[in-house]
Design a protein around this ligand. Structure first.
Ligand code: AR6
Length: 171
């Protein structure tokens, strides 16, 4: 699997699947989630509502992932995953790693070859970037997925620099 880092807006990526840093409600929010729903249009939230009604009455659990249409985005699917809120007192890194693993499992089931990820949990959920980058890059590498390319789309130059340093340090 090829891992590529880019700085930019994930809603502009021409890929098979875009991963969304969602919340359990699947009904949208701020950050990447807000941007994806705004640009992708109402079809995405309509499918999310149907998923709530059929499979996720209590919401999508943290660390899991599910796909919908990508609506008007230049991608085929959005894979929604729910990152953990960062906690100093509790180690939730297994849940953050699970977001990447489960998203790649969904991508494999869809036959998606090129998947774009944001830095899940590093915005509103406050996960420190360097730790999140290590967890993300390690989880993706170890996932054993058939996805040919994972593109990390980092919104800021600071986030891009942290991912670049971490990727280099992991060797
Ligand atoms: N493209 C790529 N990355 C982005 C974009 C974008 N368009 N916009 C923001 N980021 P966040 P979380 C970066 O807050 O921490 C929502 O309300 C951002 O700089 O989007 O997992 C959900 O509904 C940061 O590095 O997600 C949940 O309630 C990273 O994406 C909650 O926020 C993730 O930031 C999830 O919080």
């Amino acid at each position: 699997m090829k891992i590529v880092l880019v700085q930019g807006d994930i809603t502009e990526q021409r890929v098979d699947a875009v991963v969304n840093a969602a919340n359990s409600s699947l009904m949208g929010g701020g950050g990447v989630d807000g941007a994806i729903h705004r640009r992708g249009g109402p079809e995405i939230v309509e499918e999310c509502r149907a998923l709530r009604a059929s499979r996720y009455g209590k919401g999508l659990p943290t660390g899991q992932a599910v796909a919908t249409t990508a609506g008007r985005l230049p991608a085929r699917w959005v894979i929604h995953t729910v990152g953990p809120v960062y906690s100093r007192s509790e180690d939730r890194s297994h849940l953050l790693a699970s977001c990447y693993r489960e998203s790649l499992k969904v991508a494999d089931a869809l036959g998606a070859g090129l998947v774009a990820f944001p830095a899940v949990s590093t915005g509103i959920y406050r996960w420190p970037l360097d730790d999140a980058a290590r967890i993300a890059l390690t989880a993706v590498r170890q996932a054993g997925s058939a996805v040919a390319e994972v593109r990390f789309v980092l919104f800021t130059s600071a986030a891009y620099a942290v991912f670049e340093d971490t990727l280099r340090a992991l060797g």
